[in-house]
Design a protein around this ligand. Sequence first.
Ligand SMILES: *Cc1c(COP(=O)(O)O)cnc(C)c1O
Length: 393
Amino acid sequence: MTTVSHLECSGTGKTYPAGQAINLSPDGWPILVRYDLDKARDGWNRDWISSGPSNMWRYAPVLPVSKPSNIVTLGEGMTALVRTNTLGAALGAKDLWVKDEGLNPTASFKARGLSCAISMCKELSITKIAIPSAGNAASASAAYAAAAGIECHIFMPKDVPHSNFIECKSFGAHVTLVDGLISDCAKIVADRNQEEGWFEVSTLKEPYRIEGKKTMGYELAEQLQWRLPDVILYPTGGGVGLIGMWKAFEEMEALGWIAKGKRPKMISVQAEGCQPIVRAFNEGAERSTFYENAQTVSSGLRVPKPLGDFLVLRAVRESGGTAIAIPDDEALADGIELAKMEGMFAAPEGAACVSAVRRLLKGGFLNPEEKIVIYNTGAGLKYLEAYSPLFPR
Ligand SMILES: *Cc1c(COP(=O)(O)O)cnc(C)c1O
């Protein structure tokens, strides 16, 4: 079971006891979960993993839940990693892969984060949660809360994809549509959670969602026989998947599961209409600034000021990666290319990574021989409004 040792403030390094319901640190920074990785290395072997459950809980020793009966699972994780021969050839990439996170419960990788966070809520006897969401996190929290019998309060922008709204209502969540962005939704939750007795599960405002998301990194290593690719492209909203994978690589190095110093270049892909990370990266800044008038059909990327921006920027820079913004029309067109050539219908967030590969190969940042992995973070079927204009009937 878990080898969790303590919680740690990402800003000050101060430590706190594990196993508690906690939001930001008293100093105002995200809190990260730490493990006794020496103990994990002695008592656990990567060769045993394939005989574990066929979901992300096969990595339970590096997840925070201490009692197996508290795990709330809908079969998240163990998604397909598909080699794209036709698309790769068309783009000029000889070794291009797509990790299809659209195959998760509720059709996005958000299932991983919420499976972990809701399991921790169960373990900590939390009965009511609230979440501000750009869309898919709402669907996933509604689903896992339903499975756990936890009351779920959702705040999301009123122009969220219809699929997210219908899903949340179907799962019995209390849904409020807000005339604004995820940042406005976050303000409402922050103002009301005290009096309502909600535990807030916004990413990085609690320590457990990122732990679920990091399993994308463990799983990729396992699927590639413990050799990481040269390049990872990740569509970045809050950037927590990217930070999570970077944390997973650090942990796997400490576990002796992967070679040290051979991490992939991490490429943060954003939408042209909302690119705070790209702007900060290009300016050499440590933090992003609020991106005014954020607009994109990639609802998961519509995060004008990511809370963990400094961690995203640090990981991208340390990895020798870069950050790039893609216009929506280009992302949607490449979503159709991917669908036609490979039979995978991607969310526009994932599709933007196809455009990014093409641009970065053309510009010489990537080379055709590299092993490149695109994260398609969600299913295209959730974005019918975005794709519909391409197919008038
Ligand atoms: C939430 C979301 C993202 C962004 O994820 P972060 O890890 O918060 O950057 C990307 N794509 C989809 C489909 C999403 O739902």
